[in-house]
Design a protein around this ligand. Structure first.
Ligand code: KIV
Length: 285
């Protein structure tokens, strides 16, 4: 994709129809968004994973609307052509339908998102429908729902029994009927993800959901090898930037301590002929 081709929902649907995959990655800042667009990434998710990977919390439940909106705006400025997905944080859509529409609307009108993502089970179908009626394009996130981590007592794959897998397939179908714009499946068996993907015309993005979804998403820190702690098995690091960045910080630190930085070419010279005058003024007190 070149910078000029804006990726829209129509692009993703056409890709699906043609059997072509699309790429999705998380992003939380402007310079990285520029790089991701230049790399040809189709879709950026400003995910509430920022709670863990940017803010260092143990989960994503403390992410605030104002903060994620500010970061999403920055990402949009860096990547005007990508399909931009904003992630509605915990309690931004669960309290009331009015709240949900107002908060979702901010992602679209303030941050320029093409879709907003909410984590759903059957109880969220009404809010999904209400947001859709308000002309907000909603991506329904099914399967493992990180915002339910406390309720579920941890992060667990969903749909591994025949009954639970069939219920996920029904939920995906219902989400489509209630107006979902796209689907995202997290931590579900590949067979269940394939069945859902084959039975909908919506673009389906997967994470830890096997190879058959229309698109794949990963958290950028995992892709770059800068995640802290345990690397889950679905992750494929494409670089080891922890090593590269630590090396750069070490060299900077040493150069400062040992007087090699700054060197003369990093300094601001005085204006022409000003140094002598300056010395005279100082000498005169
Ligand atoms: O918040 C996020 O980054 C996500 C992805 C892991 C899908 O929801």
């Amino acid at each position: 994709m070149s910078d000029r081709d804006r990726v829209t929902i129509a692009t993703l649907k056409a890709r699906k129809k043609a059997g072509q995959k699309y790429s999705v990655i998380t992003c939380y800042d402007h310079p990285t968004a520029r790089m991701q667009q230049a790399a040809g990434i189709d879709c950026i998710l400003v995910g509430d994973t920022l709670g863990e990977v940017i803010l260092g919390y143990e989960n994503n439940l403390r992410v605030k609307m104002d903060f994620i909106i500010t970061l999403t705006e920055a990402v949009r400025r860096g990547a005007p052509s990508v399909f931009l997905m904003g992630d509605m944080p915990f309690l931004s859509y669960q309290v009331s339908i009015e709240d949900a529409i107002r908060n979702a609307g901010r992602f679209v009108s303030e941050a320029g998102c093409d879709t907003v993502k909410i984590e759903i089970d059957r109880r969220h179908l009404d809010v999904l429908a209400a947001m859709t009626r308000a002309n907000i394009p909603v991506t329904a996130h099914l399967g493992m729902r990180p915002q339910a981590v406390t309720q579920n007592g941890g992060y667990r794959a969903v749909g591994r029994s025949a009954g639970a897998g069939a219920e996920l397939v029904r939920l995906a179908r219902d989400a489509e009927q209630y107006g979902a714009h796209a689907l995202l499946l997290e931590a579900v068996p590949a067979d269940v993800a394939r069945t859902i993907t084959q039975n909908t015309c919506l673009p389906v993005t997967g994470i830890c959901a096997g190879p058959d979804t229309d698109g794949q998403v990963l958290v950028m820190h995992d892709v770059l090898g800068i995640s802290v702690g345990h690397t889950p098995s679905h992750v494929k690091p494409f670089a080891d930037l922890t090593g590269v960045m630590t090396e750069a910080f070490t060299r900077y630190h040493k150069d400062v301590i040992e007087g090699r930085f700054p060197d003369p070419k990093n300094n601001i010279p005085m204006g022409k002929g000003q140094l002598e005058k300056f010395r005279e003024l100082i000498a005169a007190g």
